[in-house]
Ligand binder design. Structure first.
Ligand code: G4P
Length: 527
């Protein structure tokens, strides 16, 4: 098969949702359709929602499970599908943001009863910023929930999406009778004893079929016809280019648990979702079909075994073929690396691969060379962009409590920061180290891992920081100078040496933005 054909075959996407909306269940049902697993319950949820924040065993268990579910690949029809897992827990949101740098599209799962929830809003905002094509799946139609039209309104308003329903439910909860597939113009009857059964659903191609009327009832068919007319009148019809540009978002309804509506979603997804896309680098746009390999690291997973500190770095292949035992150029370190046992992922299994193509994710064993955002190439000196750090929300000083282990602490902190667990800022005034995280849970994870993996002990000290932002502007200007002098106490450097302003309140940040309007305040590290 030519590289173009391999690229066309691939769909690499992420499923995002607020915890409990049904992401794990939907993932599992997609794998069942792909024949990649045989039974429900095989995909373990990677969530830690039901436990206390300080439950270290649970944190460790989470880390273990999320290796096996980081990438779930399966074949469906003639397509190869790579699902990239995203943690639902809000404290791991940055992990999810970064995973979104490696997907070509996303499916957003929404609970019909709960509607658009907070975590969904945040994640969709990141997708919108990046113009990632989005399909929305409204789940749990077997339960009572919000009115379908109200939900569509909510999705438009809260998520800021222009939508086009491609399916529509007939009733819900106890009255849930089926779903009309606007895309295929057919209707599948819902029977609530269909759990786990693939295929075999009674399908009608016309709403005027007398048999359909005898099953669903005249009134419901009439209602459906009116609702479909309304949909046609109110919403734009589907346009693939608008969807691919991130300007129009198809909506599907279903019940993942009952395996209902999932097939409609998958059938449409493989037809419309984008195959691996070109990616911007500092120098130029890299096209997937280019002969030479390029890829970037979007996730690093530390090994569970504290005695062997090797890690698995996840590379998304952007262009060309990746081959085992071939020397590749690690751009940041300016050195060549060879990988004798690169892993690929199929369903839940990790296997050694000989060759991989754009869109695929390869796991590379790493003894500490890689950082999130690193680029690998066949020799070209280029760096991919678009893998930023996000402004953390929680901050603490980190202090060494065992002077004998200062080196271990330093190494541990550096490696954990490379993994992207948190960000390190060094205060310009006195060189004190400040850890910034997206979620409070990370502080416990860091302390625990420093002790168990590096033998280093630390304690935290509170510090009053509202937000960290990266500062840019004319370094020769008097205003830049003035800012640096007046805000001296609040300035730090990130790992790359960039200037970061740690404002102590929303008010002071606003004032600074006003008083120094010629400086630029950024809330992601890449600008
Ligand atoms: P998440 O990964 O988004 O956090 O959600 P997950 O799939 O784990 O689903 C959360 C809960 O919602 C699970 O129940 C799951 O069985 C249920 N669920 C998922 N899809 C549907 C659906 O279509 N209909 C109904 N009625 N329920 C659905 P749980 O009791 O929390 O977990 P479990 O004990 O069933 O695993």
């Amino acid at each position: 098969m030519s590289i173009e054909e391999e690229i066309k075959k691939r769909r690499t996407f992420g499923i995002i949702s607020h915890p409990d909306a049904g992401k794990t269940t939907l993932t599992e049902k997609l794998l069942l359709f792909g024949g990649a697993i045989n039974e429900a319950g095989a995909v373990k949820s990677n969530k830690i929602k039901k436990t206390a924040a300080s439950d270290f065993m649970e944190i460790e268990r989470q880390r273990g499970i999320s290796v096996s579910t980081s990438v779930l690949a399966f074949n469906f029809k003639d397509k190869k599908i790579n699902i990239l897992d995203t943690p639902g827990h809000k404290d791991f949101a940055e992990d999810t943001y970064r995973t979104l740098t490696a997907v070509d599209s996303v499916i957003v799962v929404i609970d019909v009863a709960k509607g658009v929830e907070e975590q969904t809003e945040k994640l969709v905002e990141v997708c919108r910023m990046r113009q990632i094509p989005i399909i929305v799946f409204i789940n749990k139609l077997d339960r009572e929930g919000k009115d379908a039209f109200d939900l569509l309104d909510e999705v438009e308003k809260k998520l800021g999406l222009t939508i086009t329903p491609l399916s529509f439910p007939i009733g819900m909860g106890l009255n849930f009778k089926g779903i009309y597939n606007i895309w295929k113009k057919n209707i599948k009857i819902y029977q609530n004893d269909q759990k786990q059964i693939i295929g075999n659903k009674v399908t009608f191609n016309s709403l005027n079929d007398p048999e359909l009327e005898s099953i669903i009832g005249k009134k419901d068919i009439q209602n459906l016809k009116e609702e479909l007319e309304l949909i046609e009148g109110v919403y734009s019809s589907f346009d693939k280019n608008l969807y691919l540009d991130g300007d129009l978002h198809p909506i599907f309804f279903g019940s993942a648990l009952n395996n209902y509506g999932v097939e409609d979603l998958l059938e449409c997804f493989i037809e419309i979702a984008p195959c691996p896309l070109p990616k911007q680098s500092e120098k130029r746009i890299v096209e997937p079909k280019e002969e030479k390999f390029t890829g970037f690291i979007f996730k690093i997973h530390a090994n569970m075994d504290p005695n062997h500190r090797n890690r698995l770095a996840f590379v998304k292949i952007v262009s060309g073929k990746f081959k085992r035992n071939t020397s590749y150029f690690h751009v940041r370190n300016n050195k060549n690396l060879k990988f004798s046992a690169p892993n690929t992922f199929f369903a839940e299994k990790k296997e050694i691969i000989e060759v991989s193509y754009p869109g695929d994710i390869v796991g590379l064993h790493d003894s500490g060379n890689f950082k999130i955002g690193d680029t690998l190439t066949s020799g070209e000196n280029l760096n991919f962009t678009g893998i930023p750090s996000f402004s953390p929300e929680h901050f603490r000083y980190i202090n060494n409590t065992n002077p004998m282990k200062a080196k271990q602490l330093e190494k541990g902190i550096n490696q954990l920061m490379d993994e992207g667990i948190a960000q390190l800022f060094i205060l310009n005034l006195n060189g004190r180290k400040i850890i910034g995280t997206v979620g409070a849970l990370q502080f416990d994870v860091i302390q625990y891992r420093l002790l168990h993996e590096y033998g280093a002990q630390c304690e935290y000290e509170s510090i009053n920081i509202y937000k960290a932002c990266w500062i840019d502007g004319d370094k020769e200007s008097s205003s830049y100078d003035d800012f640096k002098r007046k805000k001296q106490k609040f300035l730090a450097s990130d790992k790359k040496g960039n200037l970061v302003y740690l404002s102590d309140s929303e008010f002071t940040l606003k004032m600074a933005q006003q008083n120094y309007s010629d400086l630029r305040f950024y809330f992601t590290s890449e600008f």
